[in-house]
Design a protein around this ligand. Structure first.
Ligand SMILES: Cc1cc2nc3c(=O)[nH]c(=O)nc-3n(C[C@H](O)[C@H](O)[C@H](O)COP(=O)(O)O)c2cc1C
Length: 399
């Protein structure tokens, strides 16, 4: 490693917390919690391994904070005080290994596999074929309840020893749905124009801030583009939201794209693992499911290319003043990550799929062993979700 390439191993603060290097493990759903949302050895092992790999900041997979905000069967929860001890044990291990860890808190909204046919959403709309649900519009009371439970969840995360919070406002879950003109057709105080669509995120941030105090880092993950069938958030709108968040005092922002329902493979560019995804269906209808998936998600539309969200940094970074920007999406090459940070396109480089396969790679890099990332974006890691097994790398496994 030459002198210049050391920049990825310089420390930087997020709010009051110092991160020892510029590598972030982007939130990665584990599918490894117990069915009651508590966590045990299987979940903790994932984080022990990641922290041994010397990643500066680890962001957990999405954690729900209320039963009505839960998306997946094996999703971890901070919906009850009873789950705090498990997270405390995990955080102690991560801290012993010198890493920081933030909890990603999420209300799933319409993207839920566990709430039955009518999950809550900003507006009622056509059936969602990915989750096989028929979203219904939330009442004002339900919205206020969601805000409250997210704030209580943040307080629990603080009690459990997390170093900070990431609000999940990306990928088509509830807050992202409210930000989007595609999902949010309301005309009350929660929708109708960008200011009102921002209201939920603003209120969640303010309530969390009140719960955890001014010194505790709160960050946001937000989409630069939704890639929905009709326009969702655009870079212009997101830029406005980011300016507002910076003004409110947010401690860092991670930019991403896509929704799970409509554009998972914009979010995670690469192969479309139709065989793995069809496993959500019973055996007799898997062949037809594969056919439909191939038609709906033609692979040529989602071809992987490196740093696919980098294009937005030139617009976003100047809006952020001293607030750190975290970039995720196809970061795969050490030299180009180094360039991104050196040229101040972003302050942190965030990776998801590569750390499923190579959790130790940052440690290798720190030791001067510039190993290549061998994740080939086959996206078979998603195949474990319907199997109810914890997410793993199984390069090109034929499910
Ligand atoms: C298996 C899997 C699970 C994911 N879970 C989450 C999650 O819980 N929260 C989130 O914000 N993003 C999640 N993502 C998206 C990643 O954080 C990241 O934005 C995306 O994979 C692009 O980064 P990459 O090219 O480094 O993989 C997930 C991605 C994968 C592949």
């Amino acid at each position: 490693m030459n002198q210049d390439s050391q920049i990825l191993f310089t420390s930087k603060t997020i709010g009051t917390v110092t991160i020892k290097n510029r590598f972030v493990r982007s939130a990665t759903f584990e599918n490894a919690a117990n069915k009651d949302g508590s966590i045990g050895e299987e979940y903790i092992k994932i984080y022990e391994k990641l922290s041994k790999g010397e990643i500066g900041l680890i962001i957990t997979g999405m954690i729900h904070t209320s039963d009505d905000g839960r998306s997946y069967h094996r999703q971890a929860g901070l919906h009850s005080d009873a789950t705090i001890p498990g997270f405390s044990a995990m955080n102690e291990t991560v801290h012993k290994n010198g890493c920081r860890i933030f909890a990603q808190l999420c209300h799933g909204g319409r993207q839920s596999m566990v709430l039955g046919l009518r999950p809550p959403a900003p507006s009622a709309c056509r059936p969602d074929l990915t989750y096989r649900v028929y979203p219904r519009a939330m009442s004002n009371e339900e919205i206020l309840f969601a805000i409250k439970t997210l704030a209580v969840g943040a307080k629990r995360a603080q009690k459990a020893g997390f170093d900070g919070i990431q609000i999940h406002a990306a990928h088509g879950y509830l807050i992202s749905e409210f930000l989007s003109p595609y999902f949010n057709r309301r005309t009350d105080e929660w929708g109708g124009n960008p200011e009102k669509r921002f209201n939920l995120l603003k209120r969640v941030y303010e309530s969390m801030r009140e719960a955890v105090g001014s010194a505790y880092p709160i960050t946001v993950k937000i989409n630069i583009e939704d890639h929905t069938p009709k326009p969702g958030v655009t870079l212009e709108e997101t830029a406005g939201y980011i300016q507002k968040l910076v003004h409110l005092g947010i401690d860092a922002i991670e930019i991403s794209c896509g929704t799970v329902s409509f554009s998972l493979f914009n979010q995670c560019r690469g192969n479309v693992p139709v065989r793995a995804l069809a496993k959500v269906m019973i055996k007799p209808i898997q062949p037809v499911t594969r056919f439909v998936l191939k038609r709906e998600f033609p692979e040529e539309k989602y071809v992987f290319y490196e740093n696919y969200n980098l294009w937005a940094c030139n617009d976003i970074k100047p809006l952020m003043g001293n607030t750190p920007l975290i970039l995720v999406g196809g970061l795969r090459n050490y030299e180009s990550m180094e360039k991104i940070v050196r040229e101040q396109k972003a302050d942190f480089v965030s990776l998801c799929r590569p750390f499923i396969r190579q959790p130790m790679i940052v440690k290798n890099w720190r030791n001067g062993d510039i190993k290549k990332i061998t994740c080939n974006n086959c996206n078979n890691c998603f195949g474990y979700l319907p199997l109810d097994e914890s997410i793993q790398c199984n390069l090109n496994r034929d499910f």
